[in-house]
Design a protein around this ligand. Structure first.
Ligand code: NAI
Ligand code: MG
Length: 356
C-alpha cells in the first residue's frame, strides 16, 4: 500500500536537506518495494512570501490527510522584523498545534567515528546514547497572555499546563523508557516553579504504573551541567517544552553537530511529523554544504514510528553509520583524521549507495 508523505521544505537549508531525505526514501522504495507518494507544501517564510501567512490552510489540510509529514526548517533574517503573526516560527508552532504533536522524541547518539568531532573529550561522550522526550504543545511557547504591557516597558509570558497535558507526555516517556533501558530522568525546576511541582507529583504517581522503570528527578540547571560532564548517566530524559528545547540543542554537542540530530513529533492518534533539530542555518543556506544526516535520520524515524518499517529504518541508520565510518564528513563535522570532506549532494549519494 502506498504511503502519502507531505514534504514541508520551509526555508534556508530546509529545502536542501529535505531533497536529500527524499532521495534516500526513493532508494528505500526501490530496494524494499515500497510505494511513497510525495507532495510538497509551503510553510514558514516561503509561505509568508507566497501566501501572506506562515501556515496556509492548504498546508494544514494536506498534513492532516497525509500518512506522515517531513519538515525541513523555517525562518531567516528576511522575516526577522516581521510582526509576530507574520513570523516563520508561527508556522511551525501552528502545525505542531494543529496536528496536536505533543511528544517530541529526540534521540542523541554519539557515532563511533564522530567522537573526535565533538568539542567534548572523547572519554566523556564515549557510549552516550540517550533519548530526550520533550513536551511540544504547551508551556511558555503557547501560554497566554504573552505580550508587552505598560507601553512596552513590561512584559508577560505564561507557562501554563493542564494535568492531562503533563500526564500524556510523562506516559510517553515511561513507555519509551520501557522500550529502552528502564531508566527515566525527569527534568524540572520544582524548587521554584509551580508547574514543575505538579509535573514532579505526576511523575511520582505514574511510577506505580511502570514498576520496572527507575526514576530520577534532576533540576534543569543541574541537568544542563550533567549532560556535558557525564552524559552516559542518562537514558530517557523527559521534560517540558522550553527546557527540552534548550537541553536538546545542548545535547547535540555530544554528536559533533546540530546537523546530526533527528526528531519525531507524535500525536496521540494521528499523523506524525519528522524534522531535524536544527534550524534553517541562514549562514550556510544556498551553499550546498549543509549536513543532510539529521534530516535523513528523521526520515528513518518516520519509517519506524509512522509506518512500522523497522528493517527499512535500520537500513538508513546503518548506511549513515557506514559512510561516517568510511571517514566522510560534511563541513560542520570537525575531522582531523584524514577525513574526506563532502557536500550535501555527495553525502546524500554516499548514503543512497550504501543502501543499495
Ligand atoms: P540553526 O540551527 O539554523 O543554526 C545554528 C548553527 O548550526 C549555524 O551555524 C548553522 O550553520 C549550523 N547548522 C545547523 N544545521 C546544520 C546542518 N544541517 N549542517 C551544517 N550546519 C548546520 O539555528 P539559528 O542560527 O539559531 O537559527 C537560524 C534560523 O532558523 C532562525 O530563523 C531560527 O528562528 C530558525 N530555527 C528554526 C527551527 C526549526 O525550523 N525547527 C529550529 C531552530 C531555529
Ligand atoms: Mg530549538
Amino acid at each position: 500500500m502506498s504511503k502519502k508523505i507531505v514534504l514541508l521544505p520551509g526555508d534556508g537549508i530546509g529545502a536542501e536537506v529535505i531533497y536529500a531525505a527524499k532521495e534516500v526514501l526513493e532508494a528505500i522504495s526501490q530496494k524494499y518495494h515500497k510505494v511513497f507518494e510525495f507532495s510538497s507544501y509551503d510553510i514558514g517564510g516561503i509561505a509568508i512570501d507566497n501566501h501572506a501567512t506562515p501556515l496556509p490552510d492548504e498546508t494544514v489540510e494536506a498534513c492532516k490527510s497525509a500518512d506522515a509529514v517531513l519538515l525541513g526548517a523555517v525562518g531567516g533574517p528576511k522575516w526577522d522584523n516581521n510582526p509576530s503573526d507574520l513570523r516563520p516560527e508561527r508556522g511551525l508552532l501552528g502545525i505542531r498545534k494543529a496536528l496536536d504533536l505533543y511528544a517530541n522524541l529526540r534521540p542523541v547518539k554519539g557515532f563511533k567515528n564522530l567522537l573526535h568531532a565533538s568539542p567534548l573529550k572523547e572519554e566523556i561522550i564515549q557510549g552516550s546514547d540517550l533519548l530526550i522526550v520533550r513536551e511540544l504543545t504547551g508551556g511558555l511557547y503557547f501560554g497566554r497572555p504573552s505580550e508587552r504591557l505598560d507601553d512596552g516597558n513590561a512584559v508577560v509570558d505564561t507557562l501554563a499546563y493542564t494535568r492531562k497535558e503533563m500526564e500524556r507526555i510523562i506516559d510517553k516517556a515511561f513507555q519509551s523508557a520501557e522500550l529502552r533501558n528502564n531508566h527515566l530522568t525527569s527534568v524540572d525546576k520544582a524548587n521554584v516553579l509551580e508547574s514543575s511541582k505538579l509535573w514532579r507529583e505526576i511523575v511520582e504517581e505514574k511510577k506505580a504504573e511502570y514498576p520496572n522503570v527507575t526514576v530520577d528527578h534532576v533540576l534543569v540547571d543541574a541537568a544542563a551541567m550533567k549532560l556535558i560532564t557525564n552524559p552516559t548517566q542518562f537514558d530517557v530524559i523527559v521534560t517540558e517544552n522550553m527546557f527540552g528545547d534548550i537541553l536538546s540543542d545542548e545535547a547535540s554537542v555530544l554528536t559533533g553537530s546540530l546537523g546530526m540530530l533527528p526528531s519525531a513529533s507524535l500525536a496521540e492518534d494521528g499523523v506524525g511529523l519528522y524534522e531535524p533539530a536544527h534550524g534553517s542555518a541562514p549562514d550556510i543556506a544556498g551553499k550546498g554544504i549543509a549536513n543532510p544526516i539529521a534530516m535523513i535520520l528523521s526520515a528513518a524515524m518516520m519509517l519506524r514510528y509512522s509506518f512500522d518499517m523497522n528493517e527499512e529504518a535500520q537500513a538508513i541508520e546503518d548506511a549513515v553509520e557506514k559512510v561516517l565510518n568510511q571517514n566522510y564528513h560534511t563541513a560542520d563535522l570537525k575531522n582531523d583524521n584524514n577525513g574526506k570532506l563532502v557536500n550535501t549532494t555527495e553525502m546524500t549519494q554516499l548514503i543512497v549507495d550504501a543502501i543499495q
